[in-house]
Design a protein around this ligand. Structure first.
Ligand code: GLP
Length: 241
């Protein structure tokens, strides 16, 4: 594991954008695994600036997102498809047909999950997987106690995760408690992984993922078994290391 501690969230975003930039210049037709949440937002801003400055192109890139709420259509403001279109895809030269986010309205989610894995395989597998981490240590929506070899599937969200994400929903609005997520085994097949975390809220999850025992209680800890992981954190998220 390579651990990079930087001054603040902006520096973390810049480091992440440079890592993706290097990946795309080495292989313009890269397959990127992408993440949602607040952690990658500044990174997406940096990528948009790099694209506008002509430093980077997504023309030949394919993407697979980690997860999506079950029960939200792609045009729902809280869906991860909507998030990705708004925060990145609509602002760069990527072909939307080359972007995949799990279908939260799939009539047969189990069959969908198997097909999603198959499409990732057909695409040649993920070259670079971007990850955030939940404050309870989840990656994607692989909550604590998820099998460390799990594949893309439907997961029930923990109360803590539902609470943490409530801020994005209006009071009284339907908030899903189920999600489709790439499994931990799926994530581990990416050729390289870039995990970003910022803020004191993430300090415990980062300490457990980086220095704790490998355990399903802390899903991020499995990354210790991956040969090419970079964990990029600001000083706040690094404070328990
Ligand atoms: C969400 C997402 C994860 C994300 C995590 C942290 O629930 N499913 O992919 O990494 O929680 O989110 P944030 O970056 O907003 O703290």
């Amino acid at each position: 594991m390579r651990i990079v501690v930087l001054d603040d969230a902006q520096a973390v975003a810049r480091f992440g954008a440079d890592t993706i930039g290097e990946q795309l210049s080495a292989k313009p037709e890269s397959v990127l695994g992408l993440a949602t949440g607040s952690s990658p937002l500044p990174l997406y801003q940096e990528l948009i600036s790099d694209y506008q400055a002509g430093k980077i192109s997504f023309k030949s890139v394919r993407t697979f997102n980690l997860d999506e709420y079950l029960g939200l259509p792609g045009d729902h403001p809280q869906s991860y498809r909507h998030f990705m279109n708004k925060q990145l895809f609509n602002e760069v030269d990527i072909d939307l047909d080359n972007t995949e986010v799990p279908d939260g309205m799939s009539k047969n989610p189990l069959a969908f999950c198997a097909a999603y894995e198959e499409r990732m395989k057909q695409a040649g597998g993920v070259d670079l997987q971007l990850l955030g981490i939940g404050r309870n240590g989840h990656i994607g929506f692989n909550e604590p106690s998820s099998s460390l070899v799990s594949r893309t599937r439907v997961k029930t969200l923990t109360r803590d995760t539902v609470e943490a994400n409530r801020r994005f929903f209006a009071p009284g609005e339907f908030q899903p408690h189920l999600a489709i997520t790439m499994g931990i085994g799926t994530i581990m097949e990416a050729r390289s992984i870039l995990l970003l975390a910022t803020g004191t809220d993430k300090a415990k999850a980062i300490a457990e993922a980086v220095e704790g025992p490998i355990s399903a209680s802390s899903p991020g800890s499995i990354l210790q078994m991956h040969a090419k992981v970079t964990v990029v954190v600001d000083r706040e998220a690094a404070q328990e290391l």
